[in-house]
Design a protein around this ligand. Structure first.
Ligand code: HDD
Length: 698
């Protein structure tokens, strides 16, 4: 695949800040340059600084003077660098790109973004974990945020979604509870970025509506290999509204062009140690290399008749509509092609809000969505500190905008002219437009004021069962292992038992397997279900990652372990074949430089072996001339083997394979000569050799 250098990382989002920096540094005649073209360091007020190494003192060993305004300003600013991290989704990573409309939806929505095929709309996307703090590791078992800000010609549209199509709770009033429960326990402040603790499982087992979501969170979806290999979901039912003010229901889905992929749990634990920034580094590297990640935007559209006939309430955010029942239609593509200039300015300060919708897109009565629409504005004020957070370039619309909001902290733009209200007699300023403006869909509403959950939301187990049973046997095994791991960290037996009681309503065999993993001798009674789970829902293969595998190694990474005497021809052939596939190849060696290959050439490696464990790669090749005693080399092979990776090996690697416990199977491919590289690549397209997992479990 051709590697393009990333496009210049500068755009209007940061231009204001950047230009001010330039002006500060090169501010004309007054500010000479220090050396050559290096600008003179100044204070924030623009005053040139003569000494930035020493505070102002009386004598070399004397007290520091209050008069030192440069020191005072520098420390004052530093002391205030941090803003509150997001109360959820604190750890995230963002990128710029564009959305291209590939299908006109002008019959069902008047949203400008869906009128013209080929229309390109700038976007900013932020991926995140939910529970961990800003500095936590990327491979936590967790839901991933998938928030997309589309800078449309009719204002910003934010699809603030996750990589899981359902949610834990049905009503927004429960959100603080679920989040408190999953985050670190307040007396001890641990565990961080982990759901494997009593409080979380206590809440889950007391909240049956979370059962469907918990099946997803225990599945491989919660340990994605990369942001690039995740689906994204708007979760709620929204509305499209057309020019005739007619409404159609819609659900939004992002589908990754490279297909989905996850890691295994033992691998995730090790990645967190080897590279806690694994996901953000992956996104950075892909975009910098010109391998721009891409998703299709798909919509599931339906009318009231479909909604009435569907098995569940379309307003219930703990339910999904299987793709087999309502096939998604592709309407556009999302391409991420530029990293931010500055993490804080853009990724940290970006403010997503579900209530940001353009005319032609509207809300349903999903009670979770309604509560979110209220919550997101609050959080921006808390985090960004001013009602003027839309003045920050990343949050400002890219279309023309005019309003009379003024003043407030850090106001960067105030309306000009005399009139700051409307209507006015000065002929100044904007006026509302009944035709172009946002009009809420005129839904008829009636009812008695009450705190109620609808009866139609009461089945908490049927779709959990459908999800579990729609997984491949390998994925079902992973769910059982995840539940076993998580519940093994729960200290209170009653909580574990309660979970088994719920699992009995989802799948009897699963419940028994997990109980066995926990060493439970007697099974509890099944939980009391408000509505007995259904057994008649058709399986939905679309819910499985492995049943929809891409059969491609594009976008993945091969690690080649080399040492002195490694066969130069095989290394070259592997590199050629895998790079042609659009994969990345990295070399791992005992030292970072100076490995002598079979042809006498010296080769630099990308990683010294201690820093380049096999968990960083999707497949590995062990191209060694003879025995290596390096302890990390044994881990390299043993991990790759137990994580079911395809392993290519040369004859000289045999003794290392034996010492590492890697036994011959169809996932172990001999690299006898350069020609074997393409055979190895064909095998690697399956991504993992899952049959090995059964052997390992025996
Ligand atoms: Fe939320 C952030 C996704 C329910 C309140 N949420 C946040 C982010 C994502 C989601 C991706 C991070 C955005 C970013 O990258 O800056 N949230 C969801 C999804 C939900 C959901 C898919 C259910 C379908 N959220 C939810 C509820 C509430 C909130 C029910 C409150 C009633 N969410 C917030 C928040 C956050 C947030 C507190 C924290 C930081 C922020 O908004 O900007 O307002």
């Amino acid at each position: 695949m051709a590697r393009k250098p990333s496009t210049a990382r500068r755009d209007e989002n940061t231009a204001i800040i950047h230009d001010q920096t330039l002006q500060r540094g090169t501010g004309g005649e007054l500010h000479q340059t220090a050396e050559g073209d290096t600008p003179v360091l100044t204070t924030a007020q623009g005053g040139p600084v003569s000494d930035d190494q020493n505070t102002l003192k009386i004598g070399p060993r004397g007290p520091t003077l209050i008069e030192d305004f440069h020191f005072r300003e520098k420390i004052f600013h530093f002391d205030h660098e941090r803003i509150p991290e997001r109360v959820v989704h604190a750890r995230g990573y963002g990128a710029h790109g564009y959305f291209e409309t590939t299908r006109s939806l002008s019959d069902i929505t008047r949203a400008d973004i869906f009128q013209r095929v080929g229309e390109k709309t700038p976007v900013f996307v932020r991926f995140s974990t939910v529970a961990g703090a800003k500095g936590s590791a990327d491979l936590a078992r967790d839901v991933r945020g998938f928030a997309v800000k589309l800078y449309t010609k009719e204002g910003n549209w934010d699809i603030v979604g996750n990589n899981i199509p359902v949610f834990f709770i049905q009503d927004a009033i429960k959100f603080p509870d679920i989040i408190h429960a999953v985050k670190e326990e307040p007396d001890r402040a641990f565990p961080q970025a982990a759901s494997a603790h009593d409080n979380f499982w206590d809440f889950i087992t007391l909240t049956p509506e979370s059962m469907h979501m918990i099946m997803w969170v225990m599945s491989d979806r919660a340990i994605p290999r990369s942001f690039r290999f995740m689906e994204g979901f708007g979760v709620h039912t929204f509305r499209f509204v057309n020019a005739q003010d007619e409404s159609t229901f819609v659900k939004f889905i992002w589908k990754p062009k490279l297909g989905m992929q996850s890691v295994v749990w033992n691998e995730a634990l090790k990645i967190n140690g080897a590279d806690p920034d694994f996901h953000r580094r992956d996104l950075w590297n892909a975009i910098e290399a010109g391998d721009y990640p891409e998703w299709e935007l798909c919509v599931q559209v339906f009318d009231q008749t479909f909604a009435d006939a569907f098995d569940f309430d379309v307003l219930d955010p703990t339910k999904l509509i299987p793709e087999e029942i309502l096939p998604p239609i592709t309407v556009g593509r999302l391409v991420l092609d530029r990293m931010p200039n500055n993490f804080f300015a853009e990724t940290e300060q970006v403010a997503f809000m579900t209530q940001n919708v353009p005319p032609g897109i509207d809300f349903s009565n999903d009670p979770l969505l309604q509560g979110r629409n209220f919550s997101y504005l609050d959080t921006q004020l808390k985090r960004l500190g001013s009602v003027n957070f839309t003045h920050i370039p990343i949050n400002a619309p890219k279309c023309p905008f005019h309003h009379f909001q003024q003043d407030g902290h850090m106001a960067m733009r105030n309306p000009s002219g005399r009139a700051n209200y409307q209507p006015n007699s000065w002929g100044e300023g904007p006026r509302e437009s009944p035709t172009a403006g946002f009009r809420s869909f005129a839904a008829e509403e009636s009812g008695t004021k009450a705190r109620l959950r609808p009866e139609s939301f009461a089945d908490h187990y049927s779709q959990a069962r459908q999800f579990y049973r729609s997984q491949t046997a390998t994925e079902q095994g992973h769910i059982a292992m995840a539940l076993g791991f998580e519940l093994s960290k729960v200290q209170k037996p009653v909580i574990r038992e309660r979970m088994i009681a719920h699992l009995l309503l989802i799948d009897d065999a699963l419940a028994k397997t997990v109980a066995g993993k926990l060493g439970m001798t007697a099974m509890p009674k099944p939980a009391d279900a408000a509505i007995q789970p259904r057994d008649d829902l058709a399986l939905s293969p679309a819910l499985s990652i492995l049943a929809n595998a891409p059969d491609s190694f594009t976008g993945r990474k091969l690690g080649i372990l080399i040492g002195d005497g490694s066969d130069a021809g095989i290394i070259k052939a592997l590199r050629g074949a895998f790079e042609k596939e659009g994969a990345t190849v990295e070399l791992v060696a005992p030292q970072p430089s100076g490995t002598k290959l079979s042809d006498g050439s010296a080769m630099d490696a990308d990683h010294a072996i201690e820093g380049g464990p096999s968990v960083l790669f999707d497949a590995v090749a062990i191209v060694l001339a003879d025995e290596t005693k390096h302890p990390a080399a044994r881990d390299f092979v043993a991990d790759a083997y137990s994580h079911c990776k395809f392993i290519g090996f040369t004859a000289g690697a045999k003794s290392l394979l034996d010492r590492s416990g890697a036994e011959a199977d169809d996932g172990m491919i001999a690299l006898d000569d350069a020609a074997a590289a393409s055979e190895f690549l064909i095998a690697c397209r399956q991504l993992r050799f899952w049959p090995r997992e059964d052997t390992l479990m025996q």
